[in-house]
Design a protein around this ligand. Structure first.
Ligand SMILES: Nc1ncnc2c1ncn2[C@@H]1O[C@H](COP(=O)(O)OP(=O)(O)OP(=O)(O)O)[C@@H](O)[C@H]1O
Ligand SMILES: [Mg+2]
Length: 382
């Protein structure tokens, strides 16, 4: 884990919904800062209280620095460390991308004002994933940070961001897209009866105005594909760099572990490797005694004849506690079994277990508590 925050440049926290991606991303960036790096965390939809702790403002689409007194109250961090945070605003990132690649202000205005664009820029599937990558690239290219930790969206297609650049490239190469990009009416006529019929039929279903909007939208992009194409390629390059680290986050429940297996496979299919596996909210083991033994003890306790109301209550209470301990040890054992195959799948990756804490992780104190667990020498053996 130390290697991830000390030598990683871009760190992507991925995993299925609700497992602790946002928490892990905040912990890793803070730890990076504590170890003297200029770190930034790009979060997606953080819980309100965590957003407050990180001083995040939904309206700002740029990172802002957090005063060291917040994340290093005792002044024990290595010199030079810096911590910044931002909340990803996919729409604002998309707008900035359009503005950057537009030939002039008029072209940018044409796109930003287009109804179709306004609808898709936040709703298009994969937009959030792509914009996370876009922001990551921007922060990487600007060069102000040593460590860029990126949280990923909790979508069902959570790893779409790996495909997002390629998908954009495919869209730009798509024939219909190319035809719609053709700027003059004559060319559209030349585009052939098939396209005309398609547009007419579509217009009947979704309304002529919408079709006009869509055509105008693609036309407005004229001349910008090259910029987008190049950008998409560069995002892919950043993902493939050796200083880019994938941190897979999971909870120990069976469904989450199965999703994590799928993620690990998908990351591998892109020729990339998982650098670390964080198993979050693991139930701790309380001793080594098996559940059967504990239950047997509870049963024999209940059979014990004791005198007096108070003694009987104490006996039943103790028996119930043994049963409860048996339940906990069963859960702990089951969770570790679920994880076995995943550990094999992630191969050389560092593994760290974070126990189920009795409270949420919504302030710097709790983030430090998780960091202490995540970076402890015995973090893999819990
Ligand atoms: N080890 C832990 N013990 C107890 N609570 C935790 C732990 N880790 C995270 N939490 C809490 O669990 C909740 C979910 O965590 P988090 O928001 O990081 O998950 P996520 O993977 O980002 O979720 P989403 O997929 O919805 O974005 C938060 O309220 C967080 O404070
Ligand atoms: Mg999250």
């Amino acid at each position: 884990m130390a290697d991830v925050v000390e030598t990683g440049h871009v760190v992507l926290c991925c995993g299925t919904g609700g497992v602790g991606k946002t928490t892990t991303a905040a912990v890793l960036a803070t730890e990076g800062a504590r170890r003297g790096r200029r770190a930034v965390v790009v979060t997606i939809d953080p819980a309100k209280r965590l957003a407050n702790a990180l001083g995040l403002d939904a309206l700002a689409n740029e990172p802002h620095e957090i005063h060291p007194s917040r994340w290093d109250p005792k002044g024990t961090a290595a010199p030079g460390g810096q911590l910044s945070a931002m909340m990803l605003d996919p729409k604002a990132t998309f707008d900035a991308l359009v503005t950057r690649h537009a030939r002039d202000a008029a072209q940018a205005q044409r796109i930003l004002g287009n109804t179709f664009y306004r609808n898709i820029s936040s709703a298009l599937s994969g937009t959030q994933e792509y914009m996370a990558m876009e922001k990551l690239h921007e922060l990487h290219a600007e060069g102000g940070y040593d460590l860029i930790v990126v949280d990923t969206p909790p979508s069902r297609h959570a790893l779409d961001f790996l495909d997002a650049p390629a998908r954009l490239l495919r869209l730009l190469d798509n024939r219909v897209f190319r035809l719609l990009m053709v700027p003059t009416r004559t060319s559209l006529r030349m585009a052939g009866a098939a396209v005309q019929t398609f547009l007419r039929t579509t217009a009947r279903v979704i309304g002529a105005e919408v079709v006009d909007d869509i055509v105008a939208f693609f036309r407005a992009f004229e001349g910008m594909e090259e910029g987008f194409r190049e950008r998409a390629h560069r995002v892919q390059d950043v993902l493939a760099r050796p200083e880019t680290r994938f941190v897979l986050v999971t909870s120990p429940q069976r469904d989450a572990v199965e999703e994590a297996q799928f993620f690990a496979t998908k990351i591998g299919a892109h020729g990339l490797t998982v650098a670390a596996l964080v198993v979050n909210r693991l139930h701790p083991r309380f001793g080594d005694e098996h559940a059967e033994g504990l239950r047997a003890r509870a049963a024999s306790l209940r059979e014990l004849s004791v005198v007096g109301e108070e003694a009987r209550a104490a006996r039943d209470h103790l028996a119930a506690a043994y049963d409860n301990l048996a339940d906990f040890n069963e859960i702990a054992l089951r969770e570790r079994r679920h994880l076995e195959r995943l550990r094999v799948r992630v191969g050389q990756a560092a593994v760290a277990h974070v126990p189920f804490l009795p409270h949420d992780v919504h302030d710097f104190e709790a983030l430090a508590e998780v960091a202490a667990l995540l970076f402890a020498p015995d973090a893999a053996d819990r």
